[in-house]
Design a protein around this ligand. Structure first.
Ligand code: COA
Length: 463
């Protein structure tokens, strides 16, 4: 049985091209061995030949099973785990001394490997061109089918080309850092990892680092140590450009978190979220639903969408805001334009203009992600806003964010999600955000420094 869609290259049977004698031998063998249980078949092809419902059941079971083998979610679990790959990398050791050494863990010796890392037979590297719509669409398929999902496999992220363009192509982006993994025979994209250059302030040091994102391996290739190869190859490509540090985030505990932040969620369409049984929200009664009501209109005078002319004022606000932070981007004007200027269905930014004409006093922005609801009779999609920046100098944060909730709801978004970074904790409970079970850990590659409290984390990485 062959499977042209399977991402896993099929191993050819030994001597499988044989002539008549070979066929005769096989026939004889088949007859004499008819009592034997059937040979192992291509499991993926078998799975795909089953009715859709059965496939979903099996995938759900496999998914739950794979969760059992997943990586540590807490520091205690992590201390008992053996990190075969990460222990070989220049990252701070788990349980090591915090803050005794500040700076690079290894100094570059100027000798960066010139050849790409070798892949298992049947796979090839590819540098993805995000200016090509067809490439972006391929990437959307890979990520939508294989990126993060809820534990019970009922919700799955859905990516679109406009969103990926925004995240993958900030000023200074390089195609070499968009590293794809393909099956050689059919060119199917089965793995990806990306990076983009970012000027980062870490405590008192400023470094050009690679902001790594979207590590993804096709679900049929999991647990086969493909990730270390992807990470090594991207590291090589980054080092070739003279960059020795990276920043990345993950929901799992690896060696060693620089900061650990928590997601908080606020329903905007509580009834829909109740219908799809969105995890972790307290929406069981009519009273719960009633408590989620929001004002009809925003209240802050002077609140309006950000325009290109607002960029210098917005940069000033961010600059002052980040002075408080231990980890923040230092944005150049073109980067501020990229990350702040509203893009339809991708991101929104609002500013508050002082009534006396003295300039901008507040800034708030969020980006939008879509989620597919699997197997639901009524709902097929959810749209979620994720807070990017919230900087206030005149308006109370709780008032500005409440207005933002109102604006997001008016745009048809169903949920608002916030990380408890940079002073956000002051409005979360007041605005009925619910703490999620999901944490996000921040990591630095090849840099040692003291850990950072969530309240001092200014960097947000849309993914
Ligand atoms: C994350 C993912 C690529 C890992 O693939 P996998 O098949 O489970 O793991 P592999 O066998 O390829 O590699 C295992 C190694 O990768 C490391 N690893 C796993 N997830 C990682 C992550 N998110 N970031 C960094 N390293 C990770 C593991 O720690 C392990 O190394 P170790 O021996 O030092 O512990 C895969 O689960 C996936 O695509 N998940 C969906 C997308 C996703 O969650 N991406 C990460 C977002 S931060």
């Amino acid at each position: 049985m062959t499977d042209s869609n399977s991402p896993v290259p099929q191993l050819t049977e030994e001597g499988g091209h044989g002539g008549k004698a070979q066929q005769k031998k096989q026939k004889k063998q088949k007859k004499s061995e008819s009592w034997r249980p059937q040979e192992a078949k291509d499991r993926f092809a078998m799975l795909e030949s089953l009715p859709e419902e059965e496939q979903q059941e099996i995938q759900r079971a496999l998914h739950l099973f794979s969760l059992g083998q997943s990586l540590p979610r807490t520091l205690q679990e992590a201390l008992r785990h053996t990190y075969r790959f990460w222990d070989s990398q220049p990252v701070p050791k788990l349980g090591g001394a915090d803050g005794t050494h500040v700076g690079p863990i290894t100094e570059p010796d100027g000798l960066v490997r010139r050849e790409q890392y070798s892949l298992p037979p049947g796979f090839t590297w590819d540098t993805l061109d995000p200016t090509s719509l067809s490439v972006l669409e391929e990437l959307c398929v890979l990520l939508s089918e294989n990126y993060i999902e809820e534990d019970d496999n009922t919700l799955r992220r859905q990516f679109n080309p406009e969103y990926l363009k925004w995240v993958l192509m900030p000023p200074g982006w390089q195609a070499q850092w968009l590293c794809g993994l393909r099956v050689s025979t059919n060119q199917k994209l089965v793995g990806f990892i990306s990076a983009a250059p970012t000027n980062l302030r870490i405590h008192d040091t400023e470094r050009m680092v690679a902001q790594v994102n979207f590590l993804c391996v096709h679900r049929k290739l999991r647990q086969k140590r493909m990730s270390p190869v992807l990470i090594r190859e991207l590291t090589r490509r980054v080092q070739q450009q003279g960059v020795s540090q990276a920043v990345y985030t993950a929901p799992v505990v690896l060696p060693t978190p620089l900061a650990t932040c928590r997601f908080w969620n606020r329903p905007l369409s509580p009834r829909k979220l109740m219908d799809v049984d969105y995890p972790g929200l307290r929406l069981n009664t009519k009273l719960h639903l009633k408590l989620q009501r929001l004002p009809k209109l925003p209240k802050t005078p002077g609140l309006r969408p950000l325009t290109l002319e607002d960029i210098p004022g917005a940069m000033n606000l961010l600059h002052t805001h980040f002075l408080e932070s231990g980890l923040s981007p230092t944005l150049l004007p073109q980067e501020a334009v990229h990350w702040l200027l509203p893009r339809e269905d991708v991101m929104d930014s609002y500013v508050v203009e002082a009534s006396d004409g003295t300039g901008l006093t507040d800034l708030v922005s969020f980006y939008t992600v879509s989620t597919r609801v699997l197997n639901h009779p009524v709902h097929s999609h959810l749209r979620e806003a994720r807070l990017l920046y919230c900087v206030t100098t005149a308006t109370e944060p709780v008032d500005l964010v409440e207005d933002t909730l109102v604006l997001a709801k008016a745009k048809g978004l169903d949920l608002f999600s916030v990380l408890d970074v940079m002073g956000n904790s002051c409005f979360l409970e007041k605005l009925k955000f619910v703490p999620s079970k999901d944490y996000l850990h921040y990591y630095l590659y090849n840099w040692a420094c003291p850990t950072i409290h969530p309240d001092k984390v200014g960097l947000l990485v849309p993914n």
